[in-house]
Design a protein around this ligand. Structure first.
Ligand SMILES: NC(=O)c1ccc[n+]([C@@H]2O[C@H](COP(=O)([O-])OP(=O)(O)OC[C@H]3O[C@@H](n4cnc5c(N)ncnc54)[C@H](O)[C@@H]3O)[C@@H](O)[C@H]2O)c1
Length: 255
């Protein structure tokens, strides 16, 4: 990637990210820290998250604050966010990134599996938005970025409940934009296409998948986590000051 854009308005901003320990979230943590932002993130991967904090600090960026938290436990998530905000100050930016894309067949879905999918992909997104609201109101500004997915737009097979929960992201973004906008808080969705995280490469990327991507994308080449981070940074920065309630698609032109 060419030298990434620099956003002076992100310097010193307090950012909260869910699922920052690996994949796109890992890149988001490093990208915000590289802008001079103070990042706090939660994940269930302790070793990877701790190593990431070390790497970022060693690179001379503000050391991110990591807390172990399973976001399906809303009380624990609320408590963790409150403690972090108390230590670091009110959050300026929230990135709802964590999700689980476990594959499943409609025939096999039980009520418990369905609820678990909602509990990770959908429910925490609302409660993190609720948690940052008082602090953002105090500042009269804020930016919330919710990670959606191209999967349901593309009618992908193999994970219908995941698709349903990711479709709900668009509803949450648009359902909050007007109420939060009254306080200068922006809420947007970023919709990634198929992004080559290590997990995707290890689990799903083979010759057939590569051929499928080549057919589906207008642009050659693979989407990388930094392509998504670049859009998230823009939406977090003051440069996107009048953008809210929208869906920003980063999919290489998938059809
Ligand atoms: N990778 C893609 O191709 C792709 C495509 C479309 C949308 N997305 C979206 O982008 C976001 C990030 O995707 P990714 O591929 O990096 O995901 P991932 O599964 O690789 O990583 C998600 C992170 O969230 C963490 N996490 C999972 N469950 C958690 C829980 N209960 N509590 C706390 N942390 C938890 C994981 O440990 C991991 O670090 C997701 O919202 C996903 O739906 C990704």
């Amino acid at each position: 990637m060419k030298k990434p854009a620099s956003y002076p308005s992100l310097q010193g901003k307090r950012v909260f990210i869910t699922g920052g320990g690996s994949g796109i979230g890992e890149d988001l943590v490093a990208a915000f820290a590289a802008q001079g932002a103070q990042v706090a993130f939660v994940d269930i991967l302790d070793d990877a998250s701790t190593a990431l904090c070390e790497r970022v600090a060693k690179a001379g960026c503000p050391r991110p604050a990591f807390r172990h938290c399973d976001i399906s436990d809303i009380a624990a998530l609320q408590e963790t966010m409150a403690q972090l905000a108390e230590t670091l100050g009110d959050f300026d930016i929230l990135v709802n990134n964590a999700a689980s894309d476990e594959r499943h067949l409609a025939e096999d879905v039980t009520p418990a599996f369905y609820d678990q999918c909602v509990a990770i992909n959908q429910r925490p997104m609302f409660f993190t938005c609720q948690a940052v609201l008082p602090g953002m109101k105090r500042r009269g500004a804020g930016s919330i970025i919710n990670l959606g997915s191209m999967s349901w737009h593309a009618m992908n097979r193999g994970y219908p409940v995941y698709c349903a929960t990711k479709a709900a992201v668009a509803g949450l973004t648009r359902g909050l934009a007007r109420d939060f906008g009254a306080h200068g808080i922006r809420v947007n969705t970023v919709t990634p296409g198929w992004v080559m995280t290590q997990r995707q490469v290890d689990l799903w990327i083979d010759d057939a998948a590569r051929a499928g991507i080549k057919r589906a994308q207008c642009l050659p080449g693979a989407l990388m986590p930094h392509d998504v981070s670049a859009m998230v940074l823009f939406l977090a920065a003051d440069d996107s000051a009048m953008c809210t309630g929208q869906d920003f698609v980063v999919d290489g032109g998938w059809i």
